[in-house]
Design a protein around this ligand. Structure first.
Ligand code: AHR
Length: 643
């Protein structure tokens, strides 16, 4: 090939070839423009979309305490003609004030009778796996038969694992058995059964089945889901909500004291998203979850307002709620010898958890009585008096947060929420330039782009995919660019909602970041965009200006390694070349580009989990003034090493 031809081929193929007319992005690396908050990227969580029960919390039995439906044992069915009924005359205890009566009138070893649980859209069967089954049982007089616990196919024809317990008496007692599968092919079309092989009557309470959990922690987490979260390297975990903190009514709030201790002492409660929560994932488990991710808890305390409008008047009526919040903070941070710290120690964690931020309420601007201002003041004073080092976060209004702030006192931090269309996030550039740098710091405690004009909470949107497409990820990335550029002011932010069980009927919202069923999990394009950003963020903000281009940019630097992280977002449907001028740093000639790109409508799904995933490539010829082409619908992180 002639030399001129060879050059032409290289010119066409190269992404780094200088082109005189390309619009310019200038990065000033001579001095940082600000410090990036060390907690910038984190996670927001609540019980929605079966995020905990039927999601991260590894329990496999649905309606394990027979409390979900007062009329019948929902999600349970009879096996081989047994009669199964709720029995409030035989409560397990004062907290779990019911049980199920299982009356087997005809049974043999080939045709056992009993009760089956369908799980959360199936019981996941995995090969060579040990499951821990447990249940409380008491027998009617004369019953001497053992109970068989088994994981079997939905039609009962295939048994994947089974075990027996015997020695039932007329008193409640907890029984445990390990069920081990052999080399079975993975399936979720399976159920859990408890059966007798001869006639008799038995009462059952709090039936539980756990697969192996993350680090084998008791009452723990689904490893694959937790690993997805760990991989995002979140620096904080905001919990327990969200609306889930508040509940529809005051009685439905997240009452943390009722979420502690043995599972049989946790009554669970009605959650605002239309189903009961077991509270198996309680305050202690939230803290362990954060610790497993090496993240700080950001604790939201109930502030006296619930979603349907009930509120507690500021003043003496609010005092018990304030005391409850102080007790909660003591549970998290108090020494093992303190009243509430001792319960944490008893649960297995004598060392206090580090806590910097406490949020008072959630979206309390919905309280039309206007009581939040004074409720916040009361909480703020009490928290600061007892814990002067804690930073107290207030909630603010949607979309016009600057007009809807607490006025009587200046919070340390305010929590803004943004659920917006992609277009709105693309136009948000410069939003935070106007903010007073001497005012409260900003926590963007919930945000997410949706592709359609539907509001995410609108039932009409429920027919669509549970997770967002690449176009939404472009909106998310544009918003992260704006937040990174202002990471001196925005100390933390987190996408919401985080988790969605993709089975029909499981979700209440869209879009959501991570989808899963009983066996599988996948990240949406937005998940990959956030992970890319969160795992490539320095500690210094660099000023980055873009001229004559629709490409959005933010730049940070790691002050130790001197690596520059340049994030580029091209919302257009054609590739966009930009000239990158970097002042004040000598770039090494090769760089790494991590790229998430494709068709705007491309997306991932439970059956196609990796259609849109980041790809790494090497960029040659890097020097100030080089030209880089950002692909259409492209999100790129450039890692620029310096000399
Ligand atoms: O993320 C879903 C919901 O949106 C949260 O529960 C609530 O805080 C917000 O309105």
């Amino acid at each position: 090939m002639k030399r001129s031809w060879l050059l032409a081929v290289v010119l066409i193929a190269g992404a780094t070839v200088p082109r005189a007319a390309a619009p310019t992005i200038t990065i000033d690396a001579s001095a940082p423009a600000g410090k990036v908050s060390p907690l910038l990227y984190g996670l927001m969580t609540e019980e929605i979309n079966h995020g905990y029960d039927g999601g991260l919390y590894a329990e496999l039995i649905r309606n394990r305490a027979f409390l979900d439906d007062p009329a019948s044992p929902a999600h349970w069915s009879a096996v081989n003609g047994a009669a199964i009924t709720l029995d409030r005359n035989q409560p397990l205890n004062a907290t779990v004030a019911t049980s199920v009566r299982v009356e087997v009138t005809q049974a043999s070893s080939g045709h056992p009778g009993g009760i089956a649980n369908e799980g959360y859209w199936g019981i996941p069967v995995k090969p060579n796996t040990r499951y821990r089954a447990s249940f409380y049982a008491k027998a009617a007089p004369g019953l001497t038969a053992p109970i068989t616990a088994a994981i079997e196919s939905e039609d009962g024809t295939t048994t994947y694992a089974s075990g027996r317990v015997s020695g039932l008496t007329a008193s409640w007692k907890q029984y445990e058995v390990t069920l081990s599968t052999a080399n079975a092919a993975p399936t979720a079309t399976a159920r859990f059964v408890l059966t007798l092989d001869r006639p008799g009557t038995v009462w059952l309470g709090l039936v539980s089945l756990f697969p192996p959990t993350y680090k084998n922690q008791a009452n723990g987490f689904r490893p694959d889901l937790l690993q997805m979260l760990i991989d995002m390297r979140p620096k904080f975990l905001r919990f327990p909500g969200g609306n889930y903190l508040e509940g529809d009514q005051i009685a439905d709030r997240f009452e943390w004291k009722k979420t502690l201790g043995p599972l049989a002492e946790r009554p669970g409660h009605m959650a605002p998203w239309g189903y009961r929560s077991t509270d198996g994932l309680g305050l202690y488990e939230f803290l362990l979850w954060a610790e497993n991710m090496n993240a700080e808890p950001v604790l939201a305390v109930y502030a006296g307002y619930s979603l349907k409008g009930a509120y507690v008047k500021p003043g003496p009526e609010l005092e018990p709620y304030i005391q409850d919040a102080l007790d909660e903070i003591e549970y998290v941070t108090g020494p093992a010898a303190s009243k509430w710290g001792s319960l944490r120690a008893k649960a297995g964690h004598p060392a206090p958890f580090a806590l910097t931020y406490v949020e008072v309420g959630n979206e309390d601007f919905f309280d039309r009585s206007g009581s939040y201002d004074q409720r916040f003041v009361q909480f703020h004073k009490a928290i600061k008096a007892r814990y002067p080092n804690l930073q107290v976060i207030s909630t603010v209004g949607f979309e016009h947060p600057e007009n809807q702030r607490v006025r009587s006192i200046t919070p340390d931090v305010v929590d803004e929420h943004y659920y917006r269309t992609v277009e709105a996030f693309l136009k948000a550039r410069g939003q935070y330039d106007k903010y007073d740098r001497k005012g409260p710091k900003i926590f963007v405690g919930e945000w997410g782009a949706y592709e359609t004009p539907f509001q995410p909470w609108n039932p009409r949107s429920r027919g669509e995919a549970p997770t967002p497409n690449l176009r939404a990820a472009i909106g998310d990335a544009a918003w992260m660019i704006e937040m990174e550029r202002n990471a001196d002011l925005i100390i933390m932010h987190c996408y919401a909602p985080l988790l969605v069980n993709v089975n029909p009927g499981a979700r209440q919202w869209r879009p959501n970041l991570i989808g899963y069923d009983a066996l599988r999990v996948y990240g949406s394009p937005s998940y990959h965009a956030i992970k890319l950003f969160a795992t490539h963020v320095g500690d210094e903000i660099l000023k980055a200006t873009a001229t004559d281009t629709g490409v959005l940019v933010s730049a940070t630097r790691d002050s130790r390694s001197r690596i520059l992280y340049v994030k580029l977002v091209n919302p257009g449907d054609a590739p966009a070349a930009v000239q990158l001028d970097v002042d004040g740093a000598a770039l090494r000639p090769t760089a790494t580009a991590l790229t998430l790109a494709g068709g705007a409508q491309d997306t991932n799904a439970i059956d196609a989990p990796e259609r849109v995933v980041p790809k790494a490539s090497q960029v040659a010829g890097v020097a100030s003034g080089f030209t880089y082409t950002v692909p259409a619908n492209g999100i790129v992180v450039l890692e620029l090493a310096t000399r």
